[in-house]
Design a protein around this ligand. Structure first.
Ligand SMILES: Cc1cc2nc3c(=O)[nH]c(=O)nc-3n(C[C@H](O)[C@H](O)[C@H](O)COP(=O)(O)OP(=O)(O)OC[C@H]3O[C@@H](n4cnc5c(N)ncnc54)[C@H](O)[C@@H]3O)c2cc1C
Length: 565
């Protein structure tokens, strides 16, 4: 007992904690460590000039939406010294770890002088670096990547004299950059290898975003990639398709790779893609060395397989957790795994996901079921209601929620966060159906979209409706469009041989349908077609319903109602 108390006392008083990397995971770790231990010697090593800056805000300063550069510098070395008594060393690179001697070699930049400092516990938070593929012309000075405040300053300066801007990669950062360059009045081309923007999402869930980008003047080139850049007075991006895009400036947003050379040289175990392997307490293969943030591989929350999620939320929480385990191991709960919850806004549209997508489930060969539901973000009758589309994926055997994607003009974040919490709590589709969420007309609906997703999923599971995800080409199938005739005329379906029976008259017109041929019911949002399918099923028809309606599958802005005269 006495030895135990003595060793706790030693940890509390003399621990030398060295943290490499001073942004999200590193700074978070340092701050938590200080709050747990006033007496530890905490040294924060950062290769760059800045610590604890808001890299998620970088695109918005380039576009001017965040007007003050200082707003991005969340902390400075001086403020960290004053607030947290940290020894912050910027312009300092950790170049070697001597695990046996428990010391780290530092190189002071730009002088190049070196020194060794000792540690009791070491935390690696080196983050990731943007991918720069070795394409011909990649070293042209008009090509940029965005990771740091210095990168941001360079892009902002170059953009001032550029008219044509090309963004390569339509992931989250690529979309933010495209939006901000349009804000600056540039001619923007966005090139993406996949046939859709936001490749982490399922294709239908990105249609509205693609439409929004085009409506704001972004030239979208999907399913194509850059093969080489050719310099000269004009910079030209030569694409695989043969297309050439002349531009004044290129920003590469094609992903990141973990910055883990130091960990590799220190002999720590790395994953197949170079991430640092950690346990639930963020300990590497050396228990005195922790790692957190974009550089690590953790468990996936849903599958418990290894995954790497380069996002700000996980980085901050992992850094904090590492500090917890160093200073109060007995009370520390392990990292539960990553969900990959992410969201992006471009102009008026937001899109995001949490957990697993359908394409990821398919690629992994995991069983799943999916539904698509449309509704407004708050009560339809309250002014300002905006449409939302939600896709929900769940496990057929247990009903457990596996993932969701949401897109729309308002309230996307709220639905994603509710479902992320539901997944974290192990909830099922039946639980979603019964969630009691905040409701008053300006905020939501008595049956929120999340409840609707639960209802719809349970209806599908229980066989009350059989969903289809595309209109059949087979003329033997009767396609029953249940919208008002005027809407059918102004927004026709992309199929011939469609029978139009508006829903309110269906019960009176059942004789217009052939009972011996299958029927697929269709409407704008997928709700009325479900109502119709229930009537037909109870009259003995073999009926299926286009889930998510025309809006989900064919036209992301199709109106649900006739315009008011
Ligand atoms: C433009 C942009 C927008 C983003 N937007 C979002 C968003 O909206 N939402 C979201 O969740 N995430 C977003 N992210 C991702 C998020 O910023 C990262 O996941 C997060 O910063 C990772 O934190 P980290 O501490 O692991 O790494 P980093 O933030 O990369 O910090 C690592 C630091 O370690 C330093 N370092 C590395 N090696 C050494 C060494 N040997 N010696 C000394 N120092 C070293 C590096 O210089 C770097 O400053 C965005 C990222 C960018 C670039």
């Amino acid at each position: 007992m006495a030895t135990e108390i003595a060793s706790i006392f030693i940890i509390m008083t003399t621990t030398k904690l060295v943290i490499i990397g001073g942004v999200a995971a590193g700074a978070s770790c340092a701050a938590r460590a200080r709050r747990l231990n006033e007496f530890a010697q905490i040294t924060l090593i950062e290769r760059g000039p800045d610590v604890s800056f808001a890299n998620c805000g970088l695109p918005y300063f380039i576009g001017g939406e965040i007007p003050e550069r200082d707003a991005l510098a969340v902390q400075t070395p001086d403020s960290l010294k004053a607030m947290l008594n940290l020894d912050v060393r910027t312009h300092t690179e950790a170049v070697a770890v001597d695990r046996a001697g428990k010391r780290v070699q530092l190189r002071h930049l730009p002088a190049g002088t070196t020194e060794w400092i000792a540690y009791d516990k070491l935390v690696l938070a080196p983050g990731a670096v943007p991918v720069r593929p070795p394409l011909p012309g990649i070293d042209d000075p008009r090509l940029f990547t965005l990771r740091s405040l210095a990168d941001m300053d360079r892009i902002k300066a170059a953009a001032a004299s550029a008219q044509r801007v090309t963004v390569i990669g339509a992931g989250f950062i690529g979309l933010e950059m495209a939006e901000q360059f349009i804000r600056l009045g540039k001619q923007v081309t966005l090139v993406e290898l996949q046939n859709q923007v936001l490749p982490l999402l399922d294709p239908l869930m990105t249609r509205l975003m693609e439409d929004e980008l085009r409506r704001h003047g972004v030239t979208l080139i999907l399913g194509d990639s850059v093969e080489r850049f050719a310099g000269g007075a004009t910079l030209t991006c030569h694409l695989k398709s043969g297309r050439a895009v002349d531009t004044d400036l290129v920003v590469l947003c094609i992903g990141v790779r973990p910055d883990t050379a130091l960990a590799r040289e220190a002999g720590l175990t790395l994953g197949s893609r170079g991430h640092i392997r950690v346990n639930g307490f963020m300990q590497t293969s050396d228990p005195d060395i922790y790692a957190a943030g974009d550089a690590v591989e953790t468990e996936d929350f849903v599958s418990h397989e290894l995954t790497a999620v380069p996002l700000g939320g996980p980085a901050n929480r992992q850094g904090r957790l590492a500090a917890d385990h160093i200073f109060r191991p007995a009370q520390t709960r392990p990292y539960p795994g990553a969900l990959g919850t992410a969201i992006v806004r471009a102009f008026d549209v937001a899109a995001g996901l949490t957990g697993w997508s359908e394409k990821r489930l398919q690629a992994a060969g995991r069983p799943y079921r999916a539904v698509l539901v449309n509704d407004n973000h708050h009560a339809n009758y309250f002014p300002g209601a905006k449409p939302l589309l939600l896709k929900l994926l769940w496990a057929p055997d247990t009903g457990q929620v596996l993932g969701a994607q949401v897109t729309g003009l308002a309230g996307v974040d709220k639905r994603l966060d509710v479902i992320a919490t539901a997944i974290a709590g192990g909830l099922t589709i039946d639980d979603l159906a019964q969630l009691e969420l905040a409701y008053a007309p300006p905020f939501g609906a008595a049956k929120d979209l999340v409840n609707l997703a639960g209802f719809t999923a349970a209806n599908v599971r229980d066989g009350l409706v059989t969903p289809v995800t595309e209109l059949p080409d087979d003329p033997a199938v009767q396609i029953l469009d249940m919208r008002p005739a005027a809407l059918v005329q102004t927004h026709p379906l992309p199929r011939n041989h469609v029978i139009n029976i508006p829903f309110p008259t269906l019960r009176q017109q059942l004789d217009k349908l052939d009972r011996n041929r299958p029927v697929v019911t269709v409407c704008a949002l997928g709700k009325t077609s479900y109502f119709g399918a229930r009537i037909l099923a109870q009259h003995g028809f073999n009926v299926q319903s286009l889930i998510g309606g025309i809006r989900a599958h064919y036209d992301p802005r199709t109106p649900a109602k006739l315009p008011t005269p």
